[in-house]
Design a protein around this ligand. Structure first.
Ligand SMILES: Nc1ncnc2c1ncn2[C@@H]1O[C@H](COP(=O)(O)OP(=O)(O)OP(=O)(O)O)[C@@H](O)[C@H]1O
Length: 906
């Protein structure tokens, strides 16, 4: 049976809804009694009744507890069959039934006169009701509870009836207190330890019972209406017990409560039955927990619980306020009633004195009552004020809590919205990621298919390759076998070859020893060779004169020549066809005469030994002498734009120098330098500078000529040497020099040179073994034209140029003549030309002069004078060569040299 924990009895709970209903049914006559019962009559009568009960209970101690319970259950089931209490109902069920105010009111209504059955059984017989009343009285008698009389009911006085019911209720009520101490409904307060309600109650003395009732009253008055709730009155009821368990939560644990627990707490039943103090504790606990966690976050379910609890507190406060207003109105109504009664009584008091005395007594009594009422009212008002203040404080606290709750709610909602946003973003991201993964999965599948097909094809290819490799391996294995056989045979051949090689090496070693011995003698042989070679050159003559006859040029083929005979031993006979006669033929003798058909190569091959002498450390001078246009430049340099075949003496000589120096590099190292100057009007100029040109010719700086030769044998110090390493370097320098030469047009030759061109090659050699130095100079001179002045048809500057040319050529002839005569004085200083060529003229120097001859009959006289100049030089020299009869014959020396050379190097 489910019983409500609320007590509706007016004495204990003013806010119970059944109180007003009960009071309305009471008669006006019993109003004063009712008032007395609620205030003081209850305690005194109750105490008195309890005292009687205790005596009766003591007298009936022998009756069993089961019998008492059975009697009470029987009566309750008969009277209120809808309770449907089982015969074996427990003491707790019985207790819960009897302390229920509603049930007590129903019992009271049933007992009072004019009772109408709740179920609407208006036809119920009076006998039945009387029988029920008698049964109740009998049950009370059995329980030893002071009862009432049926006449009291007939009179309409309910005081004794209410006292009886309160006693019955009070009998069960102490067991509650006892239970909390002993854990048994009957408690340990029974002196016998039986725990029966009667025994327990009887164990209390009258004073104790009075004290208990007073405490109950004191509790009632000291508690605020808010706190005087059903739960407070029925702390140990089943519902209260449940609330106690539900709200016994340790501080700081609300956030961790499971949802089921919070749902249980939020049940309307739980919240309705929970004490306000517990609800406030819940609110404070949640807020403290929120503050302690410092993040303001309150789980949603806890926030719901908080809202629910606050709503419950608000509801209770409003209910209590309503109740206080009702109570106040009630007190005002009562006061008005009392005032009207006082006025009636005062009217009556004006009647008889006796009645007046009685009325005065009653009035006094009423005044006393009124004073008490006023005191009570005062207490109530104070209570009201306290409650109002408390209500205000609570409202204030609630508003604060609401604000905090609102703030917490907003923070929570903000947090929730952020979480929602994050969740949406995360969801979107995850969906995108899912799509990507799906695409990837699709791609992977496709890739896997491709790989499978590829691996399949590759597997087949590998199989094919394996077959090929196997066949190849078989083939290679066969080849390997062949190679092994070949290797064995080759090995044997190598062994044989090794043997023959070792024998050959031994033989070569012997030969190498011979070569080493020969090489040790090489330098001495080389020195001897140089000595012998020089002796040969000396035997040929240190001054040689060759004659070269220029061929007719294009357009001169039909002209008469002056050349009558050319002998192999250097004889030349010229004749003047225009003056035939006895003296028309003249004989000239040279070292050698080159005819019209002589090539450049033939010319050079004859002078090549002199070039070798330069590398042996001797000075050599080669110059061309002849009239303008006789072919001097052609012989010394070659034609303009000459190929290697037409190279003149200059190029060939320098080329030969480089070739011979290269062939000697194992024994000698050479450094070469070239300078190119020209002597014009007895002034010396450097012409190989690349920046020179014909236009700037007259502004050229005049070079000084040293009176004493330098250590290198040069007489023109200012004309710096240009180092050369190859034939191309030399050709480049010469080309620039030739372009810069002073060339002017004359009537005789379009390239008539009026200056002496001197190319000097300085050679420095070093013997790698002995360290001895060799120094040689080669002078290659292209002389100016030797024609006579009166034929050149020039005057002024041209005439002065011709005079300077004739003077220098005469000086050259004088020097050579003096050298040939071994004259003590050689007139080198008579011209710039002889000064420049001083080192190459005389001493051990070798001089070779080409006498260039123009065969044209028109140039007969110029050719004749040229030949006479050459005769003067060559005649002396040739004579000297011929007079060297005490010396060895040239031919013999040559043979001796050749024998020596072949024996050393063959
Ligand atoms: N041996 C030769 N064979 C063919 N042509 C020649 C020969 N000698 C000279 N010549 C030609 O004759 C002309 C004159 O020669 P070249 O200029 O060498 O004379 P030159 O004596 O140097 O004159 P100059 O005194 O004016 O310098 C040139 O055209 C040249 O090519």
């Amino acid at each position: 049976m489910q019983l409500s924990g609320k007590s509706n009895f007016p004495c204990f709970h003013n806010r119970a809804p059944t109180l007003d209903a009960l009071l309305k049914h009471l008669t006006m006559k019993s109003t004063l009694d009712q008032f007395t019962k609620e205030n003081e009559g209850f305690s005194s009568s109750n105490v008195a009744a309890n005292g009687d009960i205790s005596e009766q209970i003591v007298n009936n101690n022998d009756e069993g507890e089961a019998k008492q319970r059975a009697i009470l259950l029987e009566w309750l089931n008969n009277t209120l069959p809808d309770l449907n209490l089982p015969l074996n109902a427990s003491d707790e069920d019985l207790r819960m039934c009897l302390i229920d105010g509603t049930i007590l009111c129903r019992i009271l209504n049933m007992l009072r006169i004019g009772y109408v059955n709740e179920v609407g059984d208006s036809n119920q017989s009076t006998d039945l009701r009387t029988q029920k009343i008698k049964r109740f009285l009998a049950a009370m008698g059995n329980l030893g509870i002071p009862s009432f009389k049926e006449s009291d009911l007939e009179k309409g006085s309910m005081k004794s009836v209410i006292d009886c019911l309160l006693t019955l209720r009070a009998q069960y009520k102490p067991t509650i207190t006892t239970k909390s101490k002993s854990g048994s409904p009957r408690g340990s307060g029974s002196p016998r330890g039986t725990g029966s309600p009667r025994g327990q109650f009887s164990a209390l003395t009258g004073e104790d019972r009075l004290k208990a009732v007073s405490e109950s009253k004191l509790q009632r008055t000291s508690r605020s209406p808010i706190m005087s709730e059903p739960f407070a009155a029925t702390v140990h009821s089943s519902g209260g017990h449940k609330f106690h368990e539900v709200f016994q939560v340790k501080p700081g644990r609300y956030a961790d409560l499971p949802a089921a627990k919070i749902s249980e707490m939020m049940k309307s039943n739980s919240l309705d039955n929970a004490p306000t103090q517990s609800l406030l504790s819940v609110v404070n606990g949640i807020l403290d927990e929120s503050v302690e966690r410092k993040n303001g976050e309150i789980p949603y379910r806890v926030a719901c619980l908080l809202r629910k609890v606050v709503q419950e507190i608000e509801r209770r406060i409003s209910t209590q306020a309503e109740h206080l207003r009702t109570q106040n109105n009630l007190f005002k109504t009562r006061e008005e009633k009392y005032q009207s009664r006082i006025r009636v009584l005062e009217t009556l008091a004006s009647g008889t004195s006796e009645e007046s005395q009685i009325v005065m007594n009653q009035l006094q009594h009423i005044k006393t009552e009124r004073t008490k009422m006023e005191e009570k009212k005062k207490f109530e008002e104070e209570d009201l004020v306290k409650l109002t203040k408390e209500n205000e404080n609570n409202n204030l606290e609630i508003s604060t809590l609401k604000q905090e709750l609102e703030v917490a709610k907003k923070a929570y909602e903000l947090h929730c919205s952020q979480m929602d946003t994050q969740a949406k973003d995360a969801k979107t991201t995850l969906e995108e990621r899912l799509k990507e993964l799906e695409h990837l999965l699709e791609d992977s599948k496709n890739e896997m298919k491709k790989l499978e097909s590829y691996s399949e094809s590759k597997y087949q290819r590998w199989n094919q390759k394996e077959q090929i490799y196997l066949s190849n391996m078989e083939f290679q294995f066969g080849a390997l076998q062949e190679l092994r056989f070949a290797f064995t045979s080759i090995k044997q051949e190598i062994m044989k070859a090794q043997k023959s090689y070792s024998e050959e090496f031994n033989h070569l070693g012997v030969k190498l020893k011979v070569i080493a011995d020969a090489s040790e003698n090489y330098n001495s042989v080389l020195a001897e060779n140089r000595k012998l070679f020089n002796e040969i050159q000396e035997l040929k003559g240190n001054i040689r004169v060759y004659c070269r006859i220029r061929p007719f040029l294009l357009g001169q083929r039909e002209k008469q020549t002056i050349v009558d005979y050319i002998g192999e031993d250097g004889e030349l006979v010229i004749a003047n066809p225009s003056k035939p006669g006895k003296d028309s033929h003249r004989l000239f003798k040279f070292n050698k005469v080159f005819g019209l058909a002589a090539t450049q190569e033939e010319i050079f091959s004859d002078i090549q030994p002199l070039i070798r002498s330069v590398l042996d450390g001797f000075n050599v001078c080669i110059f061309a002498y002849g009239q303008t246009g006789s072919g001097k430049t052609f012989t010394m340099t070659g034609p303009t734009g000459a190929t290697k075949e037409n190279w003149g003496v200059n190029y060939r000589a320098l080329n030969d120098l480089f070739d011979i120096s290269q062939s000697r590099r194992s024994a000698l190292t050479y450094e070469m330098g070239v300078q190119m100057i020209e002597i014009y009007n007895e002034q010396t100029h450097r012409i190989h500078d690349f920046s020179m040109s014909i236009i700037c010719f007259l502004d050229l700086r005049t070079l000084g000529i040293l009176t004493q030769l330098q250590p290198n044998g040069l007489a023109v110090p200012d004309a710096s040497m240009q180092p050369v390493n190859s034939t191309s370097d030399v050709m480049e320098i010469m080309d620039v020099g030739l372009r810069n030469r002073a060339v002017g047009a004359t009537a005789l030759n379009e390239r008539s040179s009026r200056s002496h061109s001197v190319v000097t090659v300085n050679v420095r050699g070093k013997d790698l073994k002995t360290g001895a130095a060799l120094l040689g100079n080669l002078h290659l001179v292209d002389l100016a034209g030797s024609e006579r002045v009166d034929r050149s048809e020039v005057t002024g500057d041209r005439l002065r140029e011709a005079q300077h040319i004739n003077k220098s050529l005469s000086a050259l002839g004088d020097v050579i003549f003096a050298l040939a005569q071994k004259s003590p004085h050689v007139p080198y200083r008579n011209s710039k030309l002889t000064q420049v060529l001083q080192s190459a003229l005389g001493g051990q120097a070798k001089t070779l002069m080409f006498v260039q001859l123009n065969p044209d009959v028109n140039s007969y006289s110029e050719s004749l004078s040229t030949l006479k100049f050459a005769e003067r030089v060559s005649g002396v020299e040739l004579g000297a060569a011929r007079s060297n009869k005490e010396g060895r014959d040239v031919r013999e020396l040559m043979e001796q040299f050749c024998d020596c050379y072949s024996s050393k190097f063959a």
